[in-house]
Design a protein around this ligand. Structure first.
Ligand code: NG1
Length: 549
């Protein structure tokens, strides 16, 4: 029997046909891979040893609930990050430190970077020592810099495999190219971090054969490492993107669940369903806006979880950062490490959605939807002292807000988690029925059902989670008027892409209508226009190609 996806190793191939499943399927990609390898030789004067690939992803449904530990439903896309890499045997004069890196990018906007990690003395590092983080690399979290994602991947590899300071990491040359548009909600950042993590693992010989006493990381462990790595860029992300990039399979979307531990299972999409991505052309800079956007939402949902748990009389440790998923489990009497399963979870979510009024401020319950609660009110509602509240919820993150929308954020999380389960169930039921079904009329009903869930998700993201923006609202509206069954933002939001469900026969017409109707597309033509709106199908997860040299 095949191992659970999370227990499998990252595939290390030797040919492009293996990567894409057949010679025929690999041909359209060969030119890009070959020119990357040729450019590597030109720039570094030697052959690349590996090319690693990590795809972006589209999230079909389940936004901003991965960090509350609820399941999500993404699929990898064909667009990806490739990194050609190899060890640098003759260190140049400036870079003789062990593990030094020369990182280049085919895109001229991203300039050449040289950096070297520093091995710190265990006596000096105090707090970091407790986490085994002896290696340090300077990562600029204030500004968006391309090499931060390379460093983030490296950080984890250094501290996982070289933490005892006995072996030295190899010095590395790497050359990056990417086709996932940055800041578009298609997870270019996670693809970069996953690819960089894999590049450093590969060059240091940690993916094959006999590896040091830490062993070879399986896909699940790699997801955990890549999640930790990505947090170093300053965003307290959940694990959806890293899991989709690493564990996807071309035959289906993935239901990724984070509780009680990371697991992934295939969800076949109904036949004839096509998901079209459309870029709003608003670049969402998640890292630099995190304190008012992403990270603030992480804190709001965590605090909501504690207050809800208190009101339900659940037992929560004083300093426990309990998540909304854990609250649902405790409420339902789930034992530690158990998973009540999707059907029961759906029911409990529906029950708890009725109990969220406790998250509105006491003295002005009707205004809560607009104004949320102040910091003082939030601390009081949590039942914690100001000091402990600060330590548990604020000391590790930089956030900025005068009011905190606990009620609306929790309402989004619960309703979205329920929509994911409904979406998943509808797809699985459709797969079971296919063959026995009467074709068109049946798929029309399924598409309508899935489309409605996507539209409800968009409404909830816009109204309750406030992670949409006017351009995304316009695009989703145009999509439903242009023949989509449903349309929603995908990824973190505040810009980036939408994803729309369209039936196969209508895709061409749909894309044409969208091209004509979204005002920012009017200045684009040819390839530039095809780049911003395109149909996707589930793609394969990350891999490494070892080249014969
Ligand atoms: P994108 O759109 O890739 O930035 C982010 C998070 C996900 C998830 C979504 C919202 C990162 C790397 N990813 O995705 O974990 O929380 O937002 O659903 O921050």
């Amino acid at each position: 029997m095949e191992a659970a996806i999370s227990k499998q190793n990252i595939p290390v191939y030797t040919t492009l046909s293996d990567v894409f499943g057949s010679l025929e399927a690999s041909l359209p990609h060969a030119k890009r891979w070959d020119s990357l390898a040729e450019e590597f030789v030109k720039r570094f004067g030697k052959q690349t040893e590996y090319i690693v690939r990590a795809p972006g992803r589209v999230n079909l449904i389940g936004e901003h609930i991965d960090y509350a530990l609820f399941g999500v439903l993404p699929a990898a896309i064909e667009r990806d990050i490739l990194i050609a890499c190899g060890s640098r045997s003759a260190p140049d004069a400036n870079l003789h430190a062990p593990g030094s890196v020369v990182a280049e990018n085919l895109h001229p906007k991203y300039t050449r970077q040289l950096f070297a990690p520093v091995l710190r003395d265990p006596e000096e590092i105090g707090e970091a020592k407790a986490h085994g983080e002896r290696w340090h690399l300077d990562i600029n979290t204030k500004e968006l810099r391309w090499e931060s994602y390379v460093k983030a991947g490296y950080y984890g590899v250094l501290n996982h495999h070289f933490s005892d300071g006995e072996d030295s990491p190899s010095s590395v040359n790497l050359l990056v190219t990417g086709s996932v548009p940055a800041g578009s909600g298609l997870s270019s950042s996670a693809a970069m971090v996953v690819a960089s993590t894999l590049a450093f693992l590969a060059v240091n010989g940690k993916l094959e054969g006999v590896v040091d006493n830490h062993g070879i990381l399986n896909k699940g462990e790699l997801v955990q490492l890549a999640m930790k790595n990505e947090k170093r860029v300053g965003v307290n992300s959940g694990g959806m993107d890293q899991a989709a990039s690493i564990m996807s399979d071309p035959s289906s979307a993935l239901y990724i669940s984070f509780y009680p531990s990371l697991s992934a299972s295939a969800v076949p999409l109904p036949s004839g369903a096509v998901f079209v991505c459309a870029n709003s052309l608003v670049v969402a800079n998640k890292a630099s806006s995190a304190k008012r956007g992403y990270n603030l939402r992480v804190v709001e949902t965590l605090v909501a979880a504690r207050i809800l748990a208190n009101s339900l009389g659940l037992d929560i440790g004083l300093k426990e950062k309990v998540t909304l998923r854990e609250v649902v489990g405790k409420f339902a009497g789930e034992k530690y490490g158990e998973d009540m399963g999707p059907d029961d979870l759906e029911k409990v979510l529906a029950t708890l959605e009725q109990k969220l009024d406790i998250l509105k401020p006491n003295n002005r319950p009707n205004e809560a939807d607009q104004f949320g609660v102040t910091m003082e009110e939030m601390v009081e509602m949590s039942g914690l002292s100001e000091n402990i509240f600060h330590e548990v919820y604020l000391s590790w993150v930089d956030i900025e807000a005068t009011h905190f929308q606990l009620h609306n954020r929790a309402r989004h999380v619960f309703s979205e988690a329920r929509r994911v389960l409904e979406f998943r169930r509808a797809c699985l039921d459709a797969a079971t029925r296919s063959g026995a079904s009467d074709g068109n009329s049946d798929s029309n009903d399924i598409f309508k059902n899935l489309g409605q869930l996507m539209n409800d998700s968009q409404r909830s993201c816009a109204m309750d989670f406030e992670c949409s923006c006017p351009e995304l609202d316009t695009l989703t509206g145009l999509a439903t008027r242009s023949g989509a069954y449903g349309s929603r933002l995908t990824g973190a939001g505040w810009g980036g892409c939408t994803v729309s469900l369209v039936s196969e026969g209508k895709v061409k017409d749909f894309i044409q209508k969208m091209k004509e109707s979204y005002p920012p597309y009017k200045d684009l033509e040819g390839d530039a226009l095809d780049e911003v709106i395109f149909a996707t199908k589930p793609g394969r997860g990350a891999c490494v190609v070892k080249l014969e040299i």
